[in-house]
Design a protein around this ligand. Structure first.
Ligand SMILES: [Zn+2]
Length: 328
């Protein structure tokens, strides 16, 4: 837990106008600042920031609060995450109350799992952008699909090389623990790379940490499945994960609607076309847990699956599930 002393320091230091200005263009009007509201769509500004009172208020949609509330709402952060965000913005050192050794060890373990996944993501990116095969096979695949480089980078797309243990050897050589590689499903129990010769889609949690990967095969091979996903791990529970949620959550909230599509590439294509309130269930058909995740941001869901027989069937099943959970 963050100590009260630190919380006080953060709340005293944070200036609501600084915090808002990282996301919204503000113009001075009298003693206040005014801009276009980030929480609803508007053409004339009704979003007002009062530096003297330390608050913001939108006269269009009614959103309002202090600097902490703003980052929590805008970045969809929990209370401690919001405090950590502000502390890092202002360079405030966080003091925490004593936690048990067990809790600390658990947190360090989780952090190291995220670090290894982040390394893997960077490795796959580097393989795609900097090796001949990566460029000629993977990058060209994404380009053929019409993806622009900025969207390829935004979603962290990459390429897992064809060698049987290229990734694993590199990771171990760089000092990453071989056991963790196995726990994360990146390396098989025999020390082989789990993802080989596939284009890679990192899957992020709601805070933007990499929790797993989806890999799509490039060569037509009847024996291998078209897509493989990270197996269930401590940090990747596929029934509770939605691909694209990290990049979509603000737009879902702002538009009060979530569009559910079938595949990773559907999410990315729509994003590129500036439709950002889009997610896909990854490596599983829609689950109640995934609908619960959407419900945190909106009660309105649109299902946009393929028009083939399987797509229609999945859409009807999904609609039933969505209605059962009390969403529109
Ligand atoms: Zn508003």
């Amino acid at each position: 837990m963050i100590k009260q002393k630190t919380i006080d320091e953060i709340m005293e230091t944070a200036r609501v106008e600084d915090v808002v200005e990282d996301f919204v263009n503000l113009k001075r009007r009298g003693v206040n600042l005014i801009g276009l509201c980030p929480f609803h769509n508007e053409k004339t500004p009704s979003f007002t920031v009062s530096p003297s009172k330390g608050i913001y208020k939108c006269f269009g949609c009614g959103e309002g609060g202090d600097a902490l509330k703003f980052v929590m709402e805008h970045e969809q952060l929990s209370y401690p995450e919001g405090l950590r965000y502000l502390a890092s913005k202002y360079g405030i050192e966080i003091e925490e109350t004593e936690v048990s050794d067990e809790a600390r060890a658990e947190r360090q373990h989780q952090e190291s799992l995220f670090l290894v996944n982040e390394f893997a993501k960077q490795f796959y990116q580097q393989q795609m952008f900097e090796t001949d095969r990566g460029k000629s096979v993977a990058l060209s695949y994404f380009k053929r699909r019409g993806f622009r480089e900025e969207v390829i980078k935004k979603f962290g797309l990459g390429y897992a090389p064809a060698g049987k243990d290229t990734f694993t050897l590199t990771a171990v050589q760089k000092g990453y623990n071989a056991d963790l590689l196995k726990q994360l499903g990146l390396t098989s129990q025999y020390g082989r790379d789990f993802f080989r010769d596939r284009v890679m889609f990192p899957i992020h949690n709601l805070s933007g940490k990499v929790i797993g990967f989806g890999g799509r095969i490039l060569v037509k091979d009847v024996k291998a499945p078209k897509y493989v996903n990270t197996p269930e791990t401590e940090v990747y529970n596929k029934s509770k994960v939605l691909y694209g949620a990290f990049h979509a959550k603000q737009a879902i909230r702002k538009l009060d609607e979530c569009i559910l599509v079938e595949g990773y590439t559907d999410v990315i294509s729509l994003h590129q076309a500036d439709v950002k309130n889009v997610v896909a269930s990854s490596g599983t058909s829609l689950t109640v847990g995934q609908i619960g995740l959407i419900k945190r941001y909106t009660e309105n869901i649109k299902i946009l699956y393929d028009g083939d027989k399987a797509g229609v069937k999945a859409a009807l099943r999904g609609l039933g599930l969505v209605l059962e959970q009390g969403l529109n």
